[in-house]
Design a protein around this ligand. Sequence first.
Ligand code: ADP
Ligand code: MG
Length: 306
Amino acid sequence: MSIVVQGVTKKYGRQLAIDNVSFEAGKGEIVGFIGPNGAGKSTMMKIICGYISATSGTVTVNHFDVQRQSDDVRRSIGYLPEHNPLYGDMYVKEYLSFVAGLYHLGRNSDKRVAEMIEATGLGQEQHKKIGQLSKGYRQRVGLAQALIHNPAVLILDEPTTGLDPNQIIEIRSLISEVGKSKTVLLSTHIMQEVEAICRKTIVINKGIIVADAAVRNIRNKSQTGGSTVIVEFSAPLLRSDFSPIANITQIKTLGGNKWLIQSRKGDIRADLFQFAVNRKIAVLEMQLQEKTLEDAFHELTSSKRI
Ligand code: ADP
Ligand code: MG
């Protein structure tokens, strides 16, 4: 495993930001690290990179201990911080050469800078000042600096925040490409981002891991297991008419004789059908709403979790 986090807790003074978190990520995996603002994503990433230390617990990167072997860890990791702090007055190429120098790339430096400019599509912009670039291109410079020493592990903190839709697509495909041969941990608060590029997702909320699974399993991972059905009857009904049906948690009128019914039971279509039969009215239409990844995320991270 390239990243192994074991029982990590982080307190800022008295505030608990990370609470006994454990997870792993392996080579060739792009792992989505998702959670609402303030969940602890950036904190966890800074701990993995060794920029801040955990209050307790251990992290290894490429089998190096983050606390005791920090130099080896830094050589193994490329990090794109949340507020990508680039030097606006430096030229793109000059900046990347500067970063290459920090990693002591020596005679390899020029070659690596050229390769990174090529890989991140910065060819046209390489002689511009970083401060003159659009946010999307600055993000590419951020990725280029994270990749320049060919690290095995990439930590990307909200790499697409603030980009326009075209830039988002380009940066995502760049990350997907890079992720084939590396371990990528990518934080985001956008569920579609995870669906687009990650195979595995770790969901964090208030410093606690609430799900760690393949993306396709996360939908079913939310705990309530309830269902939502849109149903149209042939006759008008009152909200109170539904009282004989068990397990209903919410009833919403959609106009006409259409209703949206939420239940804590897996599928209540048969109950609704029986209800209509009992009242001698017809069901004109009935549709079970698929639980979206957004719903699952909301359920997993809302404070009223069951
Ligand atoms: P995320 O990246 O998921 O939005 P953060 O890791 O930035 O979350 O923050 C997690 C929690 O820790 C938040 O409540 C935040 O206010 C707090 N926090 C983050 N950095 C500091 C700090 N340097 N000092 C005190 N509290 C902090
Ligand atoms: Mg953050």
